[in-house]
Ligand binder design. Structure first.
Ligand code: CMP
Length: 436
């Protein structure tokens, strides 16, 4: 007996090596032991397709129908896309998806449930795939995968909406369903690399991915794990900034990509989509800030949440002056999203650029630490969201938490040195100057 998770991994490896019949026998063992495992059914269809068996189409249809009934619309769409890619007809699945998950569905609602996949620890019996397969192995597996849930009647009455899509009008939903592009990736593949440009976002239809950020020293911080139903890649799209993190497949993964074509199909409802995407982004930015910012590092999760609550959040339009040089420091700011420019007035009144600020950057610390007027002007250059912590509260934290004091002091010192270099001032105090 072997755990279902191990069998799935072995089968995936065999499939990727082109050993389709051996992979099929393992996936079939999963379906035999756990008929509700829709992923294994779809994989049986993939193997049958790779082996040239026309029965594959029937399995995709049956597995797709089960997924729709069971509360898993995205894997159902995977079945539809594969059918279409091979000249099959998926209209029945698409119609059922629209009826059950569109904005006029009476199934989407409160008390929603979905039929869970079997436990990955379940012990199952497997054939020895090094031995020749029985002659009817393919036919048996196809029949089993096609009919695995024929007798099942106990489906959830209410199902969960598809994030973003179920909020669209039925016409737009149908249009978008037709344009989502299926990408099937092996474990270890990268979908997104931090810093690259991005013009699409993705729905996870199956498998597991990890999201991680890399710091200047190449160290990785895992930010999240994503599974079926998750959305990612929306941040670069919304902010027109490079990708904020890398996303890598932990297992085999099925993705549905919302690319340019889907966005064009959505044109009249882009506002609905953008608003829903903004919701994801904000939560994620806050989570990432807590995971990566040195400002939050010294604290436990609970303390981080507590600290975050003391910040106020401000959306600023391009051109807004957040700090004006010479005014009294009001508190500490953290950039949650967007971009800001820092500049200082020269004696002739001209502004000299000192640098830019972006997601995760802290500013406003110099005047607070030195108890002096602010030394530069900070202006938003694009739409930005900044978090603000009032000076009284910053003073209390700096007194109570030595790590925060030293972090902010090091930041202020580095910036002072950079500014002096940029402004052509001499960094050394007058009495240390070396006269040549
Ligand atoms: P984008 O910046 O376009 O590319 C990387 C993606 O990783 C990003 O969009 C988000 O969709 C996703 N991401 C970043 N941080 C998190 C997080 N904390 N949780 C989940 N997903 C995230």
């Amino acid at each position: 007996m072997v755990s279902l998770g191990d069998v799935r991994r072995s089968a995936a490896t065999l499939f990727s090596q082109g050993q389709h019949l051996a992979a099929l026998r393992l996936y079939d063992a999963i379906v035999a032991a756990a008929p509700l495992d829709y992923d294994a059914r779809i994989r049986v269809a993939d193997c049958a397709l790779a082996l040239g068996d026309p029965g594959a189409a029937r399995v995709y249809r049956a597995a797709g129908r089960f997924c729709i009934q069971a509360g898993h619309p995205l894997p159902a769409l995977v079945c539809a896309r594969v059918l279409e890619a091979h000249g099959g007809d998926a209209s029945e699945l698409i119609t059922a998806l629209v009826a059950d998950y569109g904005s006029e569905s009476r199934r989407v609602g409160k008390f929603a449930a979905r039929i869970a996949s079997p436990d990955e620890a379940l012990a199952i019996e497997i054939p020895d795939v090094r031995q020749p397969a029985p002659p009817d192995a393919l036919a048996t597996a196809v029949a089993r995968a096609e009919h695995a849930t024929d007798e099942l009647r106990d489906y959830p009455e209410a199902v969960h909406a598809i994030p973003l899509l179920s909020a669209l009008s039925e016409a737009a939903f149908r249009r978008v369903l037709q344009t989502l592009v299926l990408t099937r990736l092996p474990a270890g593949a990268h979908v997104i690399r931090e810093g690259e440009p991005g013009s699409s976002f993705f729905f996870v239809a199956g498998g597991e991915l990890r999201v991680y950020a890399t710091d200047g020293l190449g160290r990785q911080t895992e930010l999240a794990r994503l599974g079926e139903g998750a959305v990612f890649g929306e941040m670069a799209l919304l902010s027109a900034q490079p990708r904020s993190a890398s996303v890598e497949c932990v297992t085999e993964v099925d993705l549905l990509e919302v690319g340019r074509q889907s966005l064009a199909a959505l044109a009249d409802e882009l506002a609905v989509v953008a608003e829903a995407l903004h919701g994801f982004t904000r939560e994620r930015l806050l989570g990432n800030l807590m995971a990566t910012s040195p400002l939050f590092k010294p604290f436990t999760r609970m303390q981080q949440r507590d600290l975050l609550r003391r910040f106020t959040s401000h959306d600023v339009a391009p051109g807004t002056v957040v700090i004006r040089e010479g005014e009294e420091g009001r508190g500490l700011f953290v950039v949650l999203s967007g971009e800001l420019d820092v500049s200082r007035r020269a004696s002739d009144g001209q502004g000299i650029p000192l640098g830019g600020l972006r997601t995760g950057d802290v500013f406003g610390e110099m005047s607070l630490l030195r108890d002096a007027p602010t030394t530069a002007t900070v202006v938003a250059t694009r739409h930005a969201t900044v978090l603000f912590l009032a000076r009284e509260y910053v003073a209390r934290i700096v007194d109570a938490v030595p790590e925060i004091r030293s972090y902010l002091e090091a930041l202020a010192e580095d910036r002072e040195i950079d500014n002096q270099l940029l402004l052509g001032e001499d960094a050394a105090p007058a009495d240390e100057r070396i006269l040549i």
